[in-house]
Design a protein around this ligand. Structure first.
Ligand code: NAD
Ligand code: GLY
Length: 369
């Protein structure tokens, strides 16, 4: 088993990674539970595939479990389901030293984590992430949130989990499109500061996507180790380091907004295309060599992810896409920090990007033949 420690000051925890972990979740969670009952929040899709084995593992460990099954989908990260989750926990007399368990993707992890952050001013939670995105990104680092009418993830808290169990076998039941979307976040770690891992992705990404458990476990471990290092050094995104994890997200967020946060372009796909655009814009600005930007686009495309802006069939112009960026949470005194690249594995935060140039660049990408 790979065990990665997330060394957050005052709140350290382990991420355990091994095929089959969900089937022994009860044993792993037991030391973190106060009584003999586990409270588990999940969604309907995940429950249909994974509730029975996880529940059985609790029984085997001598623990009863109570389950809150919420609807699957981004809309569940809402005030309505936050209230339902908090009320459900309060009705079960949860105490501060208890740990509620989140079994699911980033939606269930973010919602349950936020409920844990606010109930009785904070109780513990354990993440059992079941999507690749959640295993390599959202379950680690303690960002929790819900969406509101004004936008995504606008209400939330930093609240670290007590334990994370990532089981590569959970991904066997994940729809292929969701698996590919999560893989975008894996590629991201290579592009941020690990060029050798990007080379590994180029060589083994297809195996991972085809179901190879060893490749999945390796990619999860490398990704989690990278994220653990970054969040331990900059837990609350104040030192300019954690911001690196947003590579591709500024372009990606604009594309998600323009496509109405719909199935037309799911989050990981937007991040993938956003990273290609960040590479091409970096090339456009003379920061990155053309052949390196080409490698980024080629690997994204080879992974079945969108790598061409014109392929989205958008009818808007670059200025409109830039206007979506202006609502970004990362705006600082009217300026938008951008993640750019000096090469593969050489990402950096640029604070002086001219948004007019970004709009012109996007116009040329929208027109590219
Ligand atoms: P998700 O949780 O909606 O899961 C995607 C779909 O897959 C859902 O329909 C879900 O029911 C289903 N599913 C999950 N696991 C499954 C499995 N093993 N088998 C079959 N179906 C399964 O989406 P996601 O991509 O995991 O997470 C997206 C969310 O994560 C967004 O809300 C985003 O804002 C958030 N996020 C948070 C962070 C963070 O640091 N907290 C980072 C990145 C993304
Ligand atoms: N996913 C970005 C972060 O955790 O900071």
């Amino acid at each position: 088993m790979a065990v990665i420690s997330v060394a957050i000051a005052g709140a350290p925890y382990d991420v355990r990674i091994e095929a089959g972990l969900l089937r022994s979740a009860g044993t792993h969670c037991r030391p973190f539970l106060r009584g003999n009952t586990a409270l588990v929040v999940t969604d309907a899709h995940v429950a249909s595939q994974w509730r029975a084995p996880v529940e059985a593992s609790f029984v085997e460990a001598g623990i009863a479990s109570e389950w809150l099954e919420l609807p699957a989908g981004e809309a569940t990260k809402s005030w309505q389901y936050l209230a339902q989750t908090v009320d459900w926990l309060l009705a079960r007399e949860i105490e501060r030293k208890d740990n509620v368990i989140a079994l699911g993707g980033g939606v269930i992890g973010d919602l349950t984590g936020f409920a844990a952050a606010v109930v009785k001013r904070g109780c513990g939670f354990i993440q059992l992430p079941t999507t690749l995105l959640a295993q390599v990104d959202s379950s680690v680092g303690g960002k929790t949130a819900i969406n509101t009418a004004q936008g995504k993830n606008l209400v939330g808290a930093f609240h670290q989990p007590s334990l994370v169990l990532a089981d590569p076998l959970a991904l066997d039941t994940l729809p292929p499109r969701e698996l590919r979307a999560g893989y975008a976040e894996v590629i991201k770690y290579g592009l941020i500061d690990d060029p050798l891992f990007f080379v590994w992705c180029e060589a083994h990404g297809a195996q991972l996507l085809a179901g190879d458990h060893a490749a999945r476990a390796h990619a999860i471990a490398v990704s989690v180790a990278a994220k653990a290092r970054i969040v331990a050094a900059d837990e609350k995104e104040t030192a300019g380091l954690r911001a690196l994890l947003n590579l591709g997200h500024t372009f990606g967020h604009a594309l998600e907004a323009e496509t109405g946060f719909s199935d037309r372009l799911i989050h990981g796909e937007a991040v993938a295309l956003g990273m290609v655009l960040a590479a091409r814009f970096s090339e456009d600005q003379g920061l990155m060599q053309g052949h390196e930007a080409h490698r980024v686009a080629a690997h994204v495309a080879a992974s079945g992810l969108p790598a061409e802006l014109r392929g989205l069939g958008l009818t808007c112009d670059g200025e409109r896409l830039v206007s979506h960026m202006l609502h970004d949470k990362k705006m600082e005194s009217g300026r938008l920090p951008f993640l750019l690249m000096r090469g593969i594995g050489k990402s950096f935060l640029a604070k002086d990007v001219d948004l007019g140039q970004v709009a012109r660049f996007l116009d040329s990408e929208l027109r590219a033949a």
